[in-house]
Ligand binder design. Structure first.
Ligand SMILES: NC(=O)c1ccc[n+]([C@@H]2O[C@H](COP(=O)([O-])OP(=O)(O)OC[C@H]3O[C@@H](n4cnc5c(N)ncnc54)[C@H](O)[C@@H]3O)[C@@H](O)[C@H]2O)c1
Length: 476
């Protein structure tokens, strides 16, 4: 049903970003919502997933597994082609995914965004990176919103999943959808003709203890009907769905989760530096404190933050906090401490080499692990890049070894142009120091203990060999 947008409706939708979000109340009974709710409950609804990356692909797979028809949308033609050919480009999701989706009559992937009108629900899983001044970059979200708006039709449910600051769905995403819809000659009213919600993603690539189905899902609508419909959609493939008061609560809950991690990692990173001065092993301290059965949760130090979430999301909150004149000092300090970590590790490595009488310009250093966390091939924001570039800039010859990443690809900041070095006795012996940045299970730590001249360990990976290694082992 097409409803003209009256002045009252338009005014409400375009209210400024500082406006307190409406509290959602009882959903108004409406035939469009009822029809969509029934289609979702009976799994007759079709779903479009925009952005087939670490978040979108497993979500599309889970919805397909629940029996729904799924259309994947991505601007990257190579991903679309790979899925059509049965190739899964995200190895941690398992080999079966590619063939299963390619052979299914209920799944297809496309770069044709005009087809967005075909599906009943649209889930947006596009990147939300930072700009050059660490400000939120919503360009992917907004261009997607415009594509959706152009194809929008009555009866659709739109859910933003990309991590972002509170207010984005109401104040940025929805207006962009409406603007494109109006430009295409459509006047549809949100909450009546189409529905908009936010639901944060909690995927942790590589974690085997949880899956899309078992990780509880938080959902918040721009209005009560939208929240309820989005809840119905996720119930098709997620066991525990929590519908919260509105989209802003859902947006803020995701940032709290990630800020919580960033702040606690910063705390333990700072403690690592302090305890090192006191010649106390921070890892042993965390292990000892972890024996407390309540009121403590262990976090571990490292060479810096990596991945699409923890290094980035806190800055979204900090930016929004500044916008409303209430700086979040805690969050900013955590960002500062974590960002300094690669430099601290570089300093420790340089000092270790100097103590061993190796001049940095003659030094050969092997960095173990290019991925930002163990057993995956995800290099986004990986501190290993900073370590390699930083040591190389000081004059050392630096290589890396990572069984999951055969060669480096250029990033926003670095073009390292290196290939992974095979880890055998001869290669290990050819380096003055081995710097453990990521503790992949595939590394042979026994071989390292046997042949490495010096080991700088940022992950406590060599704890079991500390007596044998003696002064050849340095924590950083
Ligand atoms: N990676 C995680 O573990 C994780 C966890 C929770 C939340 N998130 C959030 O989810 C969002 C997506 O992250 P991700 O890790 O899946 O990113 P990703 O880079 O793996 O995937 C994003 C996909 O979107 C595609 N894309 C980019 N612009 C597009 C556009 N305009 N239209 C359609 N497709 C487009 C890219 O080609 C890519 O396939 C981000 O906001 C991120 O913060 C990520």
């Amino acid at each position: 049903m097409i409803v003209p947008l009256g002045p009252r409706r338009g005014g409400l939708l375009r209210a400024g970003p500082t406006r307190r979000p409406m509290r959602t109340e009882e959903p108004p009974p409406h035939e469009t919502a009822v029809a969509l709710r029934t289609a979702l409950a009976e799994k007759r609804a079709s779903v479009g997933v925009i952005g087939l990356g670490y978040v979108g692909l497993p979500l599309a797979y889970a919805l397909h597994g629940a029996g729904l028809r799924v259309v994947g949308f991505d601007t990257d033609a190579q991903k679309v082609e790979a899925l059509a050919e049965g190739r899964n480009y995200l190895k941690h999701l398992g080999e079966a995914l590619g063939a299963e989706l390619a052979e299914s009559a209920r799944f297809e992937a496309t770069t044709d965004f005009a087809r967005l009108g075909e599906v009943d629900a649209v889930l947006v899983c596009v990147p939300t990176p930072l700009g050059s001044a660490r400000e939120p970059d919503l360009s992917f979200v907004l261009s997607t919103a415009h594509s959706i708006g152009r194809a929008l039709r009555a009866g659709q449910l739109l859910v933003l999943e990309s991590t972002t600051y509170p207010g984005t769905t109401r104040d940025e995403f929805l207006p962009a959808v409406l603007e494109a819809a109006l430009a295409a000659g459509k006047s549809l009213e949100p909450g009546v003709d189409f529905f908009v919600a936010y639901s944060p993603e909690r995927a942790d690539p590589g974690r085997t203890t949880h899956s899309t189905a078992t990780i509880p899902k938080v959902v918040g609508g721009l209005d009560a009907t939208s929240g309820e419909l989005a809840g119905e959609l996720y119930r098709t493939c997620v066991e525990d769905v929590r519908v919260v008061t509105n989209a802003e609560v859902a947006e803020a809950s995701k940032l709290l989760e990630n800020v919580f991690r960033a702040v606690n990692i910063a705390l333990v990173n700072e403690l690592k530096v302090v305890l090192e001065r006191l010649d106390i092993n921070v890892w042993e301290v965390v292990e000892a404190a972890s024996t407390k059965p309540f009121g403590f949760m262990p976090f571990y130090p490292g060479p810096g933050l990596g991945g699409h979430c923890i290094p980035i999301d806190p800055f979204y909150l900090a930016w929004k906090a500044k916008q409303v004149g209430q700086p979040s000092r805690f969050v900013e300090l955590a960002g500062e401490i974590n960002t300094e970590m690669p430099d601290y590790v570089i300093g420790r490595t340089v000092q270790t080499l100097e103590n061993a009488g190796v001049a940095l310009r003659d030094a050969r250093v092997l960095v173990l692990g290019l991925a930002y966390k163990p057993d995956v091939d995800d290099t986004r924001e990986s501190p290993s890049f900073e370590l390699i570039a930083g040591l190389a800039a000081l004059g050392a010859h630096v290589d890396y070894s990572d069984p999951h990443i055969p060669r480096t690809v250029p990033t926003r900041k670095h073009d390292l142009r290196r290939e992974s070095v095979a880890l055998d006795a001869d290669s290990i012996r050819s380096y003055d120091a081995v710097l453990i940045a990521t503790a992949h299970r595939a590394f042979d730590y026994e071989l390292l203990a046997e042949h490495a001249a010096l080991i700088v360990d940022t992950r406590n990976a060599m704890a079991g060999f500390k007596d044998r290694l003696g002064s050849r082992l340095v924590r950083a």
